[in-house]
Design a protein around this ligand. Structure first.
Ligand code: FAD
Ligand code: SF4
Ligand code: SF4
Length: 482
């Protein structure tokens, strides 16, 4: 039976059921249940099939949202899956962790007075069903191409490029310094936002499709960048950004002050069943501690929510602006509030003092003053308005900058921007070095998974074109279908 579309008048917007704040603190599992078939169909049927679908315009992958919503509303999930996966390598991952309120759903123009269509969770339902039914299959290229691509970094940019290039028939080898593929999908983003099995099944199926993974392989240490250049016909750099931004305060080298990613990686590794000595000895563990997280972005939200699940005594988030000016997704802030996190808005630490095992943080109030060139009010620290805050663990979550890649790779041909990101020709994603491409956060700066996927796909297309041009005669002889 089919469901009629345009049901937004009769059918309210609903998300899948969310576990209560208290209940979800007991574990690291996803906080939302999944839609069942009937719920997904009802929500999909709210779409009004706009002539100009702004949801699609504001999806970085330009996903064909109205089409797969229509197919889902008609129970044609296999076709919906085909449409969905044609523009997105990991739709179920995006459905879980895209900040939809700022992208597709935030721009859904269903009709004035009605809430947007629940796009992300329907997208997840479609591909979760595809996994259940066995529709997600390893890549089977029509022909093998005797050219190989080396990809440095197995985050979403590297993985999406790997899949796209393998589909065309290239030999693809992915190098990562970590012991598991997935980048921040596996070691940054906590399990309660994205369950790790969803990432692991993706890397497993890529392996089955012929992608070769070299884990514990740090380019610049294990082997030089030049070694990879000589081995492969083209290179993609997708190394992300990992240099934690620092507070401009002295005495930051105290043991109890740690970078966000060290804390999150330890927690994710523990969840995956690894031995993590620094977690077990308490250094990277919030249990029974008064925890203060400094920052207001998504990483800060992930830290406060991880700390509260590790049974911290108290968790406070210090942020120098107000709630309305937080850079992260409002949805994540409201999840943190539901989970009992205390927010101290318009507050900034100005000094730390270690006393026994505690830290006294001197916190100054902030007022929002004149606007900057982007129109955003600038925080002004009120040094005459301070108070003390006691903490056992302080987590710095102020964002990330790129590492100095030309230096790490000992390869001066790579040009960087003023921000330290890799310079590329944005039409081709090629760097200043011929045959070397770059994608994801290392090009954009800290961004989003969906943008990394988009960049990985674009880079794969460009690598293909580059190799076609370079080896025209050879490739045309060997390959009949691309
Ligand atoms: P990464 O995912 O960072 O992957 C890069 C990989 O390169 C890593 O595996 C790294 O080990 C490897 N690497 C680096 N240097 C080398 C080297 N020299 N040799 C070999 N390998 C190397 N985005 C969202 O859309 N939604 C979210 O909810 C969200 N939550 C986030 C939470 C946290 C805590 C963080 C830090 C980020 C979050 N993001 C989120 C952002 C998102 O994770 C990134 O934008 C995305 O992962 C970038 O993808 P990437 O492939 O460019 O890099
Ligand atoms: Fe929305 Fe992200 Fe899916 Fe695009 S990929 S439709 S932005 S959830
Ligand atoms: Fe459907 Fe909303 Fe997209 Fe319009 S904007 S096509 S109503 S999901």
């Amino acid at each position: 039976m089919t469901t009629k579309l345009l049901q937004f008048v009769n059918q309210k917007k609903e998300m899948p059921k969310k576990r209560s704040g208290l209940n979800r603190l007991k574990d690291f599992n996803e906080i939302y249940n999944n839609f069942n078939k009937v719920e997904a169909k009802k929500q999909a049927s709210r779409c009004s099939q706009c002539g100009i679908p702004f949801c699609q315009v504001h999806c970085p992958l330009q996903n064909n949202i109205p089409d797969w919503l229509k197919l889902a509303s008609e129970d044609r999930l296999k076709e919906a899956y085909e449409v969905s996966q044609s523009t997105n390598n990991f739709p179920e991952i995006c459905g879980s962790i895209c900040p939809q309120d700022r992208l597709c759903e935030g721009n859904c123009v269903i009709e004035k007075g009605f809430e947007s269509v629940t796009i992300g969770r329907v997208e997840k339902h479609i591909t979760d069903t595809a996994w259940e039914k066995g529709w997600v299959q390893p890549v089977k290229p029509n022909k093998e191409i005797n050219k190989s691509i080396g990809i440095i970094g197995s985050g979403p940019a590297g993985l999406s490029a790997a899949e796209q290039l393998r589909k065309k028939g290239y030999k693809v080898e992915v190098y990562d310094r970590y012991d598991r593929p997935g980048g921040l999908l596996i070691y940054g983003i906590p399990n309660f936002k994205l369950e790790k099995y969803a990432v692991e099944r993706r890397t497993k199926i890529l392996k089955k499709g012929g992608v070769i993974f070299h884990n514990n392989f740090e380019v610049g240490k294990t082997k030089s960048f030049n070694y990879l250049k000589e081995k492969h016909d083209a290179i993609l750099i997708a190394t992300g950004v990992y240099k934690a931004r620092e507070l401009d305060i002295s005495k930051l080298n105290l043991d109890q002050i740690i970078p966000a990613l060290n804390f999150l990686i330890a927690s994710n590794k523990k969840g995956l069943g690894d031995k993590v000595p620094e977690f077990d000895n308490g250094k990277l563990n919030a249990k029974d501690k008064n925890v203060v997280v400094i920052g207001g972005g998504d990483t800060a939200m992930d830290c406060v929510r991880t700390a509260v699940r590790q049974n911290a005594k108290s968790v406070t988030c210090l942020y120098r602006r107000n709630k309305e000016n937080m850079p992260g997704s409002m949805r994540e802030v409201s999840h943190a509030e539901e989970e009992g996190i205390k927010f101290s808005w318009l507050s900034v630490p100005i000094s730390f003092k270690s006393i026994n095992n505690h830290i006294n943080i001197k916190v100054a109030k902030v007022v929002l003053d004149k606007t900057d060139s982007s129109g955003r009010e600038m925080p002004k620290t009120m040094l005459n308005n301070t108070h003390l805050l006691k903490a056992d663990l302080v987590i710095k979550a102020l964002g990330f900058n790129p590492e100095n890649l030309p230096k790490l790779f000992n390869y001066k041909n790579l040009k960087v921007t003023n921000w330290g990101t890799i310079k590329v020709d944005h039409k081709t994603m090629m760097t200043s070095d011929k045959g070397v491409f770059a994608a994801g956060d290392i090009v954009r700066g800290a961004s989003l998974v969906v943008w990394a996927i988009k960049d990985g796909r674009d880079a794969a297309d460009s690598i293909h074109k580059y190799l076609l041009n370079k080896n025209k005669i050879n490739l045309e002889k060997k390959v009949s279908v691309f």
